[in-house]
Design a protein around this ligand. Structure first.
Ligand code: C2E
Ligand code: CA
Ligand code: CA
Ligand code: CA
Length: 279
């Protein structure tokens, strides 16, 4: 009942927030938030476990509302999806991500790749391929500098279309990551039927290392399978040194999480990058 209490509190809190957001008339709030620069990209580095170097950065959206303060994507992404505004938001992120790569290039900061989260709706609505193609051209960025993170929900009931779109993205040199792996229903068939390059193990599995019985075996099986399929495997939500050691021992390719680095603003990333370069 303690659990129940906590859950209902969480639900209460979520619906309170949802309502207060709705009251502000989301549609117009989103539009003005975009125009007023209230959205900002944060960046979280993924560390290659073999070389110890940064392999890519994941773009994570932040919304700084002047009245409500920082609103987390866990709150506003589902709302944007519900209101049919997510494609617009995703397109904004794609444009900003490519602009950022161009800026870093000019500054001599060698970020090899940026990972962009793409909402499931974007594969059926909107024109993901052309959006990316124009952004790459506009900022003179190469496709191989971009990685798209998709979840299984992108493919459910949508397989043929998804397959076609992914093929076209691959033709642009873009890599495809399957996000939140292990939390869905039938990901195993997608792994062989779609051109997926990277597998991101959901943090819920990593959190249970090393304590929970059976969990470590599941993680080790996922890593072995990914490697057998020649996929690049990333563990998300790594918070403890024991977890990193465990992943390293299994030959997991990369890790992401607070242990290495939390999501950073552009300025904070610049400082992190300078410090990291000196070590
Ligand atoms: P995600 O793609 O699974 O992103 C990883 C989330 O885990 C991020 O939360 C990140 O801040 C958090 N995280 C990173 N390291 C750790 C750790 O060591 N421990 C824990 N407990 N958490 C960690 P965030 O930034 O709040 O994003 C939440 C979700 O919102 C994302 O989950 C993604 O599904 C969605 N999202 C974020 N940015 C975008 C975006 O630009 N576009 C779209 N469509 N979705 C986005
Ligand atoms: Ca992600
Ligand atoms: Ca994830
Ligand atoms: Ca997610």
């Amino acid at each position: 009942s303690k659990e129940l209490g906590r859950n209902s509190f969480q639900m209460y809190k979520a619906s309170m927030n949802a309502r207060s957001l709705e009251r502000l008339s989301m549609q117009s709030r989103f539009q003005s938030a975009l125009e007023n620069g209230e959205f900002e990209l944060y960046f979280q580095p993924l560390k290659c476990l073999a070389s110890g170097r940064v392999m890519s950065l994941e773009c994570l959206l932040r919304w700084q509302d002047p009245n409500l303060g920082m609103i987390s994507p866990g709150q506003f992404i589902p709302l944007a999806e519900e209101l049919g505004l997510i494609v617009k938001l995703d397109e904004w992120v794609i444009d900003r991500a490519c602009a950022q790569l161009a800026t870093w290039y000019q500054q001599g900061c060698e970020v090899r790749r940026l990972a962009i989260n793409v909402s499931a709706q974007h594969l059926t609505q909107g024109d993901l391929v052309n959006t990316l193609k124009s952004a790459l051209e506009k900022y003179d960025v190469m496709g191989r500098q971009i990685e798209l993170e998709l979840t299984e929900s992108c493919f459910v009931g949508n397989f043929q279309k998804a397959k076609k779109v992914l093929g076209e993205l691959k033709d642009l040199g873009i890599s495809i990551a399957l996000d939140d792996f292990g939390t869905g229903y039938s990901a195993l068939s997608y792994l062989t039927k779609l051109p997926i390059d990277i597998l991101k193990i959901d943090p819920s599995f990593i959190a249970k290392i090393p304590d929970e019985y059976g969990n470590s075996e599941v993680v080790s099986a996922i890593i072995a399978m990914a490697k057998a399929l020649k996929l690049y495997v990333v563990a998300e939500g790594v918070e403890k040194p024991e977890q990193m050691q465990f992943l390293q021992k299994l030959g997991c390719h990369a890790m992401q999480g607070y242990l290495y680095c939390k999501p950073l603003s552009q300025a904070a990333w610049a400082r992190f990058y300078q410090a990291e370069k000196l070590t």
